[in-house]
Design a protein around this ligand. Structure first.
Ligand SMILES: [Zn+2]
Length: 220
């Protein structure tokens, strides 16, 4: 059961379209799993619409109107693409959420996976959002993601399986975030495999000497 949700201010920023695309991707992915946050986000969108309606009308130039309509057309095209069914060329062990389908393609297995530490691999996703690292992490049971600090913010959505952080379990659909000056390590001992969407807007910092090589990996 999902027990970890984005804070209301992040949902509000998402509803008003103010988040960076990479961070919005994590929130949208959590929303795909979480009925509770879907309801909150819908209420926020209605509230945002009412606030806009209460503003005095502004003069809209023809150019602005045309560019706004073009933007809406593009958004519709993106939404149609996101709603497309998952490719059926191979039978993936796991099916990607709709939010990730355009980035993952046919199956998670077709991405390029690079070893991080024993039992943990990372695959970068082709989302162009300057200043953000957008990846998938997958980990086998019994592995651990080493203890680290954060130079920026970390946003995470659990896609499959789960992990423990400071004895707290996170499972499929859960959202997690961490900011500068917060530190943690993750252990994977509750499921056979754990798959997460991870977005960073600053490097991870690994203080232990045996993990020092990872400082060169987890830059943006
Ligand atoms: Zn939620």
């Amino acid at each position: 059961m999902i027990t970890s949700h984005p804070p209301p201010e992040l949902l509000l920023e998402h509803a008003s379209g103010r988040l960076a695309p990479a961070v919005a991707l994590v929130i949208a992915t959590h929303l795909e799993f979480c009925q509770t946050c879907q309801t909150s986000a819908a209420e926020m969108e209605i509230l945002g619409g009412l606030l806009l309606e209460s503003q005095p009308p502004a003069d809209v130039s023809d150019g602005l109107l045309a560019s706004t309509l073009a933007k809406l057309d593009r958004q519709e095209a993106i939404q149609r693409q996101q709603a497309a069914p998952v490719h059926k060329g191979t039978i993936p062990r796991h099916v990607a959420p709709r939010t990730l389908t355009p980035l993952v393609g046919r199956a998670y297995e077709h991405l390029t996976w690079n070893r991080v530490v024993d039992g943990v691999e990372e695959a970068r996703l082709p989302l162009a959002d300057r200043g953000h690292r957008v990846t998938l992490l997958r980990a086998r049971r019994g592995s651990r993601f080493p203890f680290h600090d954060h130079a920026g913010n970390e946003y995470l959505a659990v896609l499959e399986g789960g992990f423990c952080c400071s004895d707290r379990p996170f499972v499929k659909g859960d959202f997690a975030s961490c900011g500068p000056s917060e530190s943690h390590g993750l252990t994977m001992d509750t499921h056979d495999e754990c798959l997460c969407l991870l977005v960073l807007d600053g490097p991870l910092l690994f203080p232990a000497a045996e993990d020092a090589a990872l400082n060169a990996v987890f830059r943006l």
